[in-house]
Design a protein around this ligand. Structure first.
Ligand code: AMP
Length: 392
């Protein structure tokens, strides 16, 4: 994959020139990371020097590898492996992100010797296997609630933590984890390195910055503007009762092979999936009321191209890294313009272009105007009243 900014980069920075050793450089090459992304160029050197980091960046910027790589490098150089308690703690807002971030530690650490053990812990699944798994883990990637459960049950201690990472910190606060996070902060050793990533820099994040971080290196990656230019946006005007057939019509006639469809409720998600499947379109939903294993499985199938349509609610889709989606469809508009941009930003990443389609009912018109205004882009609207949807 090509980093869009690398075209204007004069001096060629490589992963090894950033200070990474051979086992990591090898793993990075196997993941087909050719050049470091801007955030990686900025974050890797100071993290290796032990600096705190305040990073303003979103999913898609390469932020995960920007902390995973230097942390693994520190293990390779000096950090003890195989102690009783973890020396790195990564806090994340959702179960999906926990699994994903732990996966990146495992993939990029594959050539390290001795092996660095990373374990993901999150709620919604039985705690017992996790109680065993955290024993002897070097890196723990956790959602705040489950981490506290494990601490309450004496399955682990935070006394050995040397590096704390807060990933998508704003999302953690938005999801109401502030109290849990404070409890966890109190249990951590005061002397440590803290790395914070957030998509936005609101008051609550400023507060964490002021209280937890020591003269951090500030890194900001603004990407949205370029992203939007890569996305072809279009809206179809429709009556609410024609939305289902219209969706199927668009998928079938557009011969779409991989579509992420956004809805606003779990119920709509399930209904939609039933109807799509009835009409011969392979679809599945992920939302908060599905068990963790099902969610992981569905995501896997979708990424592997075995499912045509993934129907999702905003919460679950956030932070999930599905690269280079050709199509995103807003079956229902999100409430906030920010979420709209976040949704459509799942297509048209890096050098690939994507298409974002919104189904707009007369009731949505006012809200859609606001979204377009906030985004600073007008979206063409096509009337579908005359369209024959018979048989869809
Ligand atoms: P993130 O922002 O951490 O969710 O990463 C977004 C995506 O970019 C992931 O799929 C990574 O595998 C990919 N990625 C991260 N760094 C690079 C890089 N330097 N070159 C190519 N792809 C990358």
């Amino acid at each position: 994959m090509v980093d869009p900014s690398s075209g204007v980069e004069k001096n060629s920075v490589t992963f090894s020139s950033l200070g990474l050793s051979d086992p990591l450089v090898k793993a990075v090459a196997e993941q087909q990371y050719t050049t470091p992304y801007p955030i990686q160029k900025e974050a890797i050197p100071p993290i290796l020097r032990g600096k705190d980091i305040l990073g303003i960046a979103k999913t898609g910027s390469g932020k995960t590898a920007s902390f995973v790589l230097p942390i693994l490098e520190l293990f390779h150089r000096t950090k003890t492996v195989g102690g009783r308690y973890a020396s790195v703690l990564v806090l994340v807002p959702t179960r999906e992100l926990a699994g994903q971030v732990a996966g990146v530690f495992q993939e990029l650490g594959v050539h390290l010797f001795p092996k660095v053990k990373t374990v993901a812990v999150y709620g919604g699944v039985s705690i017992n296997p996790q109680m065993q798994a955290v024993y002897g883990a070097d890196i723990i990637v956790a959602t705040p609630g489950r981490l506290l459960d494990l601490l309450d049950q004496n399955a682990l201690r935070l006394s050995d933590v040397e590096i704390l990472v807060l990933d998508e910190a704003d999302k953690m606060l938005e999801l109401g984890f502030a109290d849990e996070m404070d409890r966890i902060f109190d249990l951590l050793p005061k002397k440590r390195q803290t790395i914070l990533f957030s998509a936005t820099l609101g008051d609550a994040i400023q507060h964490i910055n002021a209280t937890l971080l020591r003269s951090p290196t500030k890194i900001e990656v603004v990407e949205e503007a370029t992203n939007l230019d890569l996305i072809e946006q279009i809206a179809y005007k429709t009556e609410p009762e024609r939305k289902g057939p219209l969706l199927r019509y668009l998928i079938k006639t557009g011969q779409m092979k991989q579509v992420l469809v956004f809805v606003s409720s779990t119920r709509t998600a399930d209904n939609l999936v039933v109807k799509l499947n009835k009409n011969g379109i392979q679809a599945a939903a992920i939302h908060g009321q599905k068990g963790q294993n099902i969610r992981t499985d569905v995501l896997h199938q979708f990424k592997a191209g075995k499912l045509t349509v993934l129907v999702a609610t905003d919460l679950l889709a956030r932070g999930i890294d599905i690269q280079l989606l050709p199509y995103v469809i807003n079956f229902e508009l999100p409430r906030s313009p920010k979420d709209y941009v976040h949704r459509i930003g799942r297509t048209g990443r890096a050098e690939a272009t994507g298409k974002a389609i919104s189904l707009i009912t007369p009731d949505d018109q006012h809200h859609f105007k606001i979204i377009q205004k906030k985004m600073g882009k007008r979206v063409e609207q096509i009337d579908t009243a005359e369209l024959d949807l018979h048989g869809y």
